[in-house]
Structures are given as structure tokens and as C-alpha cells.
Design a protein around this ligand. Structure first.
Ligand code: KDG
Ligand code: MG
Length: 402
């Protein structure tokens, strides 16, 4: 099954997406997400200039061999641009293989390990009471697990607070927005938010929170400890995780479950975190961590250490990635939860898909392959627009993690 055509499609139906489309000699095509928020064209160029010429003529059925060919063959290993490019090729090839066998992808990944996939949605508000209302709204929509983020009094902006409605899209055109940060104000504020949410909604609803890489290990330990009475489902990215051993310090102080990994791109980024059981959930996702093949290796390592998956699913994962994530989630034994943010209506029409949400659960559907397509003529009506994620500074102007 020779590959005869491969191209990159860049579109911006509300936000930028990079999609790889590969066609085989018998007319079957597959799709893969290659979107790297804020650095989209770097991946597009890596694919177009360096990878696509190598794919033509190759047998699309040799998924693992092509993965290793691109990884080992580049000599320069890992990194978000390389791994998103390999991920896109890997996703495409799984889509093609499943379509050629006329089966939904999850059947090739071991079949369904559960009936459907538990997802969490994003509730946020400018302050505590608005966040309470947003959580109530998500409950009305049927969500069974909810992430809660709130603006902090005295800080003009913070991570995770949408500009109204259901859509949260932090990337902005032309130049990165600048946020101001105070760990002290944040640490003083967050326990009160969760006390209020538990008072309003009781103990049973799983609540999550994302600290978005902003604390030092000892600050993260303080936060985890102060949130213990409100038993979060997880506390995400409490401290930047380049230094994996720093999680030992957090673990020593708190039983709040920890989730890390949305910015990781390989198994080597989380090896120590998993093997020392320093985290509870690994958040690597298909597009940023080398595709379905590599994500399964990470999940298999995690399974041995009772670490569960919790894949990143913000709106910068295109519907192609979301579909791939759902096939992975449905099949992998140590699935924990899947993040799910609604895409804009324009995005959904550019990427028609068979996955569905009902009563807080999602299913990839029974369409052969990933179950997602791209309407290329519609995509062409939304040209790429340069956009950047925000940056973050401390009160005194020092650059900080966003
Ligand atoms: O592109 C960056 C976003 O995907 C990220 O900020 C979202 O942290 C995030 C989350 O948990 O969804
Ligand atoms: Mg996050």
C-alpha cells in the first residue's frame, strides 16, 4: 500500500490548525494533527521540507518502522517540533490502516476497555461566585468532572479564565498578551475557591485544578496540602516539570493527586515521574508526544506503576487529535480521564467527525479509521493567522512561566 501523495493543510477556523493528509495508491487517505500552538509553521515546514519527500513510495502499513525511521533517521531526537511532526505521520498511518481494514481505530488498539470515556470540562469565572455559576452550568450540561479556575482579586488576568461563554482560547493575534502574576496572592486565594465549591456542590463531583507550571516545589506542596480537605481529582502542573526529581518534595508533603505532562514530547520526559510514582496522571497527548504509537508506550510504562492517563484536550488539539485521543482512551487499560473543551462551530464544520459527547462521556464512534475528515475547500476560507500564547511576569516585571 504505497503512499502516493502527502500534504500539509493549514487553516484558522477560529484558531490555527496544522493537518497532515496522506493518500495511498488505492485512494485511501488518512489525517494527522500537527498543531503546535503559537509555533505552527515550524511543524508545517519540518513536515513539508524534510518529512513528506521521504514518505512518497513508502508502504503505509509499516507504522512502527516509519516511526523509527523518522525518529532515529533524523539523528536530532525529540523536541516538540520533531515529535509533533512524527505524531502527525503516525496518526495518519493508523487512520489509513483502520480504514483499509474497515474498522474503527480502537478495534486495532485492543478493542474497547470501557463503554465510553469520562471527560472533564473547563469552568471558569472572574471571581469565586462566577466560577460557582460556571460549575453549575457544566453540571447542567451533563459533565461528570469539572476543572475550576478563577480570576484572582488584585491580578488583572490569570491562566484559565475564559472571556465569557464556553470557549477559552488564550492565543492572540500579532503579539503575546502579557499577564501579571503573584504566587502569594494565588496561594492565599485558591483554597477558599475550593471550599466554596465543595459547600455548593458537595463532596461527590470530581473537581480538578491547573496551576499551569507557576509554583516552586515548596509552594506546590503548600497548595496541595491546603487543598486536601477538598479532595481534588487532580492538581495539574503544580511546578515546571523539566526537573522531574522536584516532584519528590511535593509528594513528601501532600496526598493531593498530581497530573503532569501536557508539554512533554517523549517517554524520557516522564520516565522518572512515572517510575518513582511521583505523579498519578500522565497528560501526554497524541499530537505532542509522538502519536498513538508512542503514547501507548508511555501508557504501558505508566500502567506498571499505577499511573493513569489524563490526556491534554484543549482546543489547540484539533478534532483530528481529539478523535485519536478518544480511540486511545477507549482502548488503553489504565485510562483515567480525558480533557474536553468544545471547539468553535467553524472548527467543527471544517473537521466533520463521528465522536460524540453524552452525559459527561465521549465515544469515538464506529466510523472506520479515526472517524474525522477535513473539508478542504472550507478550510481554505480560513487562512493562517499568526498568533501567540500569552507570557507571564511577576509583579516586579521578572519573566515567569505562563
Ligand atoms: O496551548 C496551550 C494550552 O493547550 C494549555 O494552556 C491548556 O493547560 C492547558 C490545559 O490544561 O488544557
Ligand atoms: Mg494544563
Amino acid at each position: 500500500m504505497k503512499i502516493v501523495d502527502a500534504k500539509v493543510i493549514i487553516c484558522s477556523p477560529g484558531r490555527n490548525f496544522v493537518t497532515l493528509k496522506v493518500t495511498t495508491e488505492d485512494g485511501i487517505y488518512g489525517l494527522g494533527d500537527a498543531t503546535l500552538n503559537g509555533r505552527e509553521l515550524a511543524v508545517a515546514s519540518y513536515l513539508t521540507e524534510h518529512v513528506l519527500p521521504l514518505l512518497i513510495g513508502r508502504d503505509a502499513r509499516r507504522i512502527e518502522d516509519i516511526w523509527q525511521y523518522l525518529y532515529k533517521g533524523a539523528y536530532w531526537r525529540r523536541g516538540p517540533v520533531t515529535m509533533a511532526s512524527i505524531a502527525a505521520v503516525d496518526t495518519v498511518l493508523w487512520d489509513i490502516k483502520a480504514k483499509s481494514l474497515n474498522t474503527p481505530l480502537y478495534q486495532l488498539l485492543g478493542g474497547a476497555s470501557r463503554e465510553a470515556v469520562l471527560v472533564y470540562g473547563h469552568a471558569s469565572g472572574a471571581g469565586v461566585e462566577e466560577t460557582v455559576k460556571a460549575v453549575a452550568h457544566y453540571l447542567e450540561l451533563g459533565y461528570k468532572a469539572i476543572r475550576a479556575q478563577s480570576g484572582i482579586p488584585g491580578l488583572a488576568s490569570t491562566y484559565g479564565v475564559g472571556r465569557g461563554g464556553m470557549y477559552y482560547e488564550p492565543a492572540e493575534k500579532d503579539a503575546p498578551p502579557e499577564n501579571i502574576w503573584s504566587s502569594e496572592q494565588y496561594l492565599n486565594f485558591v483554597p477558599g475557591l475550593f471550599a466554596r465549591l465543595r459547600k455548593e456542590f458537595g463532596d461527590d463531583i470530581p473537581l480538578l485544578h491547573d496551576a499551569h507550571h507557576r509554583l516552586t516545589p515548596i509552594e506546590a506542596a503548600r497548595l496541595g496540602k491546603s487543598l486536601e480537605p477538598f479532595h481534588l481529582f487532580w492538581l495539574e502542573d503544580p511546578t515546571p516539570a523539566e526537573l522531574q526529581e522536584s516532584f519528590r518534595l511535593i509528594r513528601r508533603h501532600t496526598t493531593t493527586p498530581l497530573a503532569v505532562g501536557e508539554v512533554f514530547n517523549s517517554i524520557f520526559d516522564c520516565q522518572q515521574l512515572i517510575q518513582e510514582q511521583l505523579i498519578d496522571y500522565i497528560r501526554t497527548t497524541v499530537v505532542h508526544a509522538g502519536g498513538i504509537s508512542h503514547l501507548r508506550k508511555i501508557a504501558n510504562l505508566a500502567e506498571i506503576y499505577q499511573v493513569r492517563t489524563g490526556a491534554h484536550g484543549a482546543t489547540d488539539m484539533s478534532p483530528v487529535c481529539m478523535a485519536a485521543a478518544l480511540h486511545f482512551d477507549l482502548s488503553v487499560h489504565n485510562f483515567g480521564i480525558q480533557e474536553y473543551m468544545h471547539h468553535s462551530a467553524e472548527t467543527d464544520t471544517v473537521f466533520p467527525h463521528s465522536y460524540s459527547f453524552e452525559d459527561g462521556l465521549m465515544h469515538p464512534g464506529e466510523t472506520p479509521g479515526l472517524g474525522v475528515d477535513i473539508n478542504e475547500s472550507l478550510a481554505a476560507k480560513y487562512p493562517y493567522q499568526r498568533a501567540y500564547l500569552p507570557i507571564n511576569r511577576k509583579l516586579d516585571g521578572t519573566m515567569h512561566s505562563w
